[in-house]
Design a protein around this ligand. Structure first.
Ligand code: SF4
Ligand code: SF4
Length: 406
C-alpha cells in the first residue's frame, strides 16, 4: 500500500487543520465554493476535513492500532483538483472565527500535493516549463523583456540599475513586461516616476520571474531558484527601495523572499510610492477626469498585505473623479477569479468568478472600474468585453498618468 508522504505538511498547518471547528463561516463567501459551485469539497471547510480524514486514516491513532487505510487514487485526485480550484483569495481567512491562516494552509496543501505527485494541474505544465526555460511564464525570449520601454517618450529616462546606481529599482514583472495588453501599466509607471523626478532604474533583461506562480501552485523548490536569482540582482543593484506595480510580485518579494534570502531594500507597491509622492508634492494631479470610478481590491494587495486605503487616497487626488464603492469592498472584496493558477487550469470557473465581480461593479453605478494588479485587470477586462458591459476597465496608474501635471 502506498502511504501519503506528509513530511511537507508543516506542523503549524497540521495544528490548523485540527483546529477547524467545521463552523462553515467560510463556505458562503468563498468565491470558488459556495458562490460559483455547489460542492462541499470545494469549500474551505470541505478541503480541510477531507485532507484531515486522509492523513488520519494513515497516521492517526486508529491507523497506529489497526493499520493504515489505503486512500483510493480517485479520491486523492479529486481532492487535488478541488485544492487547485482555490484562487487563494484569502476571503476564508478573513471570516474564519478560529483565526486560521488559510492562505498559508492552502499553499502548504499544494506543496504537499506536489510532493506526492498529485499536483499541480496538467494545464500548469506549460507555464512552469516556460519559467524554467525563459524566466517568464509567457514563452517569451529573455532578450525581449525590456522591449516595452521602447515605446516611452524620449524625455522618460530609465537607468540600467546594474550599471548605474539608482535610489529606486522598478521591478516590472513578467506580465507588464511582455503582455501587449498590460504593457501600458509599465509605461505609465515609468512616466509617473519620471514626472516626479524619482531616481529609478530597472534590471532590464536580467530581471527574472518573481516566482509567484510557482509558489502559489506548490512548486516551492522551483520558486526558490527564481527568488535566489532575483535576490542576487537586488544585491548587485543595491537600491534603497524596490517598487513594483504588480500585486503578485509585491506579495512575493515582500512576504516570500525574506524566507529565502535577505532583501535589504524597502519593498513598496506603486500605490504606496505614489501616495508618498503626492503627499510630498513631488507629484501633482491637476487634470480633471469627470467620471465615476470604483476600485477593485486585488487579493494580493488587500487581504494579503492590508493595502486598502492607498489606492483610494490616490483616486481622491484626481480632480473631478467621483469614487463609488462596490457593496463588497476592502477585506470583503470578491476575488477577480484569476489567482492561484485558477485562470490557467480552470478558465470557465475563473470567468464565472470574475462575472460576479463585474456584477458588483455594474451595481455600483461606476463608469470606470480600476484596480492595481495586472492579473485582476486582465481577468476583469476579459469579462467586461465578453458580456459587452459599459464599464471601462482602467489600470490605476493609467488614471494617475493621465491626470499628472505636465
Ligand atoms: S482562499 Fe478564497 S477561493 Fe480559496 S478556499 Fe478561501 S475563500 Fe475559497
Ligand atoms: S471558518 Fe474556519 S473554523 Fe469555520 S469551517 Fe471554515 S476554516 Fe473551519
Amino acid at each position: 500500500m502506498k502511504k501519503l508522504d506528509i513530511s511537507k505538511l508543516d506542523v503549524l498547518s497540521l495544528i490548523r487543520y485540527d483546529a477547524c471547528t467545521r463552523c462553515g463561516e467560510c463556505t458562503t463567501t468563498c468565491p470558488t465554493g459556495g458562490e460559483a459551485q455547489e460542492d462541499e469539497l470545494v469549500t474551505p471547510r470541505g478541503k480541510i476535513l477531507r485532507l484531515r480524514e486522509f492523513y488520519k486514516a494513515q497516521y492517526g491513532l486508529k491507523a497506529k492500532l489497526f493499520g493504515p487505510k489505503e486512500i483510493p487514487p480517485d479520491q486523492l485526485a479529486e481532492l487535488s483538483e478541488r485544492a487547485y480550484e482555490c484562487t487563494i483569495c484569502g476571503q476564508c481567512k478573513t471570516v474564519c472565527p478560529a483565526h486560521l491562516d488559510t492562505i498559508e494552509m492552502w499553499e502548504n496543501m499544494r506543496e504537499f500535493l506536489v510532493h506526492n505527485g498529485l499536483g499541480p494541474m496538467p494545464e500548469h505544465d506549460q507555464l512552469i516549463k516556460s519559467i524554467e526555460n525563459y524566466d517568464n511564464p509567457w514563452m517569451q525570449p529573455r532578450t525581449q523583456r525590456s522591449r516595452w520601454a521602447r515605446r516611452l517618450e524620449t524625455d522618460v529616462k530609465i537607468k540600467d540599475a546594474l550599471e548605474e546606481k539608482c535610489e529606486v529599482l522598478y521591478f516590472v514583472g513578467c506580465t507588464a513586461a511582455y503582455d501587449p495588453n498590460i504593457k501600458e501599466m509599465a509605461l505609465n509607471t515609468a512616466r509617473i516616476l519620471s514626472n516626479a523626478k524619482v531616481d529609478f532604474g530597472t534590471l532590464g533583461n536580467e530581471e527574472g520571474c518573481c516566482g509567484s506562480t510557482l509558489l502559489r501552485t506548490g512548486l516551492i523548490d522551483n520558486a526558490r531558484k527564481m527568488a535566489e536569482k532575483n535576490i542576487e540582482m537586488f544585491e548587485r543593484a543595491a537600491p534603497s527601495i524596490i517598487v513594483t506595480s504588480c500585486a503578485g510580485c509585491y506579495k512575493t518579494i515582500r512576504q516570500d523572499y525574506p524566507k529565502i534570502g535577505k532583501v535589504q531594500p524597502k519593498v513598496m507597491h506603486i500605490t504606496e510610492m505614489v501616495n508618498e509622492l503626492l503627499d510630498s508634492g513631488r507629484l501633482v494631479l491637476d487634470k480633471r477626469i469627470e467620471q465615476k470610478v470604483t476600485f477593485h481590491d486585488p487579493c494580493h494587495l488587500g487581504r494579503h498585505n492590508g493595502l486598502y486605503e492607498e489606492p483610494r487616497r490616490i483616486l481622491k487626488h484626481v480632480p473631478g473623479l467621483e469614487i463609488v464603492e462596490m457593496e463588497r469592498n476592502r477585506s470583503e472584496s470578491r476575488c477577480c477569479g484569476a489567482g492561484g493558477g485558477v485562470k490557467t487550469a480552470f478558465p470557465d470557473l475563473a470567468q464565472k468568478i470574475s462575472g460576479l465581480r463585474i456584477d458588483d461593479a455594474e451595481k455600483s453605478g461606476a463608469d470606470i472600474l480600476t484596480t492595481s494588479c495586472p492579473f485582476c485587470y486582465q481577468s476583469l477586462k476579459t469579462t467586461i468585453e465578453a458580456r459587452g458591459s459599459k464599464l471601462k476597465m482602467t489600470d490605476l496608474m493609467e488614471l494617475v498618468a493621465s491626470a499628472c501635471k505636465d
